[in-house]
Design a protein around this ligand. Structure first.
Ligand SMILES: CC(=O)SCCNC(=O)CCNC(=O)[C@H](O)C(C)(C)COP(=O)(O)OP(=O)(O)OC[C@H]1O[C@@H](n2cnc3c(N)ncnc32)[C@H](O)[C@@H]1OP(=O)(O)O
Ligand SMILES: O=C([O-])CC(=O)C(=O)O
Length: 372
């Protein structure tokens, strides 16, 4: 019997997982995302994804100490980041960074769970530093040394801005990292799982996952959101802009989802923080316009925002520059990618689906003189 074909693998169950579940709700290892976003830090959530349980105070302190101690880059990577052409997109620089970091990680080829956990913790520490250092090199600024005291969210904002963030900005950013930390078998996670299913290694899986995240149909969408709102210009122009875009059959970035057809629970959580941050930053006109776009998309297309729609606005309100939005997504998602890599390796079967051949019928190679 020919197996069923589903374009884009839509609806296909491609593996088993205990890391997260996505249906009407999103749960990481059984905990609802609303609960995690309200009561936990990114560190606690990263620990949960990697180790399967929420940490107690002692385990959290030990985990945080290990991650904080790893917040530095090897000098050859700093030299590379300094010398990259300034047009290199920060996500491409991040992808190269993980590749370079692999050469200096002595656990690189050790695929045991213990080694993978050590590598994952280091990547959780190193990715934000690579993003911040590259950002500052591009601006002609000195990198800011990582703080050992600040949590992951506050330290990143500090390393980008050069000033310690307020508790409100830190909480908003921290929640966005929690929301981005995992999402079942999305394209980048599936890429990472496919890569390591060949018995490759965690760094290779993460490099591939960053490449998959880049596209605007996936993580790249969060860098398009402010552009959409700027193009619309003002709330008064929103209705005409949306109707024209839909008439041209354009995709509005930040809307729609392969799985969450009735809406993405993360969007509602993030929207609250985006609105509060916009009020602090004096950019509420973006929120007003965004609400009109949301209403029209629901009315016209029965389509709802995904997490990228408010996340793009939140990062803008936090004063972050657009080209680091997808890198931030990657820095958060590295916890989920790593958890999936570990899960894949612990119960591995090579991922190798079939293609449905649609090319020419069987034929024979003609002599070169007879070819058109
Ligand atoms: C964190 C994340 O990665 S979430 C996803 C981030 N990506 C985006 O926001 C990009 C915009 N959204 C999209 O392109 C899509 O909704 C995807 C890729 C996320 C999901 O796509 P799919 O499940 O493959 O849906 P598909 O591409 O088949 O679209 C179905 C229909 O809805 C339309 N559609 C889908 N998304 C949108 C959108 N954002 N705006 C307008 N129309 C849309 C398609 O044009 C298509 O219309 P048609 O049937 O008339 O041809
Ligand atoms: O699940 C998906 O297909 C995309 C997504 O929302 C994510 O990766 O966060």
């Amino acid at each position: 019997m020919t197996p069923a074909y589903s374009p884009g693998l839509e609806g296909v169950i491609a593996g088993e997982t205990s890391v997260s579940s996505v249906d009407e709700s999103l749960r990481y290892r059984g905990y609802a995302i609303e609960d995690l976003a309200e009561h936990c830090s990114y560190e606690e959530v990263a620990y949960l994804l990697l180790y399967g349980e929420l940490p107690n105070a002692k385990r959290l302190a030990d985990f945080t100490a290990r991650v904080n101690a790893a917040r530095r880059l090897t000098q050859p990577l700093r030299d590379l980041l300094k010398s990259l052409p300034k047009w290199t997109h920060p996500l491409d620089a991040l992808r190269s960074s993980v590749s370079v970091l692999s050469h200096f990680d002595q656990d690189v080829s050790d695929n045991s769970t213990d080694a993978n956990l050590r590598k994952a913790e280091r990547l959780i520490a190193q990715l934000p530093v690579a993003i911040a250092d590259y950002f500052r090199y591009c601006k002609g600024l000195q990198p800011v040394a990582a703080s050992q005291e600040l949590n992951n969210a506050a330290n990143f904002l500090y390393m980008i801005r050069g000033e310690k963030p307020t508790p409100e900005d830190t909480k908003a950013f921290d929640v966005s990292l929690i929301l981005y930390a995992d999402h079942e078998f999305n394209a980048s996670t599936f890429t990472a799982r496919t890569i390591v299913s060949t018995q490759s290694d965690l760094h290779s899986g993460v490099v591939g996952a960053i490449g998959a995240l880049k596209g605007p149909l996936h993580g790249g969408a969060n860098e398009k959101v402010v552009g959409v709102l700027d193009e619309i210009g003002s709330p008064a122009n929103a209705e005409k802009w949306v109707m024209d875009a839909l008439a041209r059959k354009e995709r509005i970035m930040g809307f729609g989802h392969r799985v969450c057809k009735k809406g993405d629970v993360r969007a509602g959580i993030c929207k609250k923080y985006a609105s509060q941050a916009a009020a602090r930053a004096g950019t509420t006109h973006y929120e007003v316009t965004a609400d009109i776009v949301e209403r029209l998309m629901a009315e016209q297309k029965k389509m709802f925002p995904n997490v990228d729609w408010p996340a793009g606005r939140l990062y803008h309100a936090l004063g972050l520059e657009i080209p680091i939005y997808t890198p931030i997504f990657a820095a958060a998602r590295v916890a989920g990618w790593s958890a999936h890599v570990i899960e894949q390796m612990e119960n591995n079967r090579l991922i190798r689906p079939r293609g449905l051949y649609k090319g020419p019928a069987d034929r024979v190679v003609p002599p070169i003189a007879e070819r058109a």
